[in-house]
Design a protein. Sequence first.
Length: 103
Amino acid sequence: MSESIQLSKDKLAQDLNQGIADAEELLRLTADHVGDSANELRGRMRDRLSRTKAELAHLQQVTVAKAKAAGHATDEFVHENPWKSIGIAAGLGLVVGLLISRR
């Protein structure tokens, strides 16, 4: 996985966590507002935040598992086909070199 993609995923996760923290803070700040509709709204927001946190944790686990599986598959391919892997890497290096030299 390229470094820029990893940085983008990390930034997205950080932004989502910050949004959840902001929503939780909003719930705390409005706790003194009374009324059935305010209490109902806070309850719905707490439920949604809880579900969002759980889904985010699950997505993180799935992403890590898929990344590990891809790493293992790549490792197996390289060990089973060392010369093919070298050829592929050399070809990609050549293409990247040509693209960079055009700039």
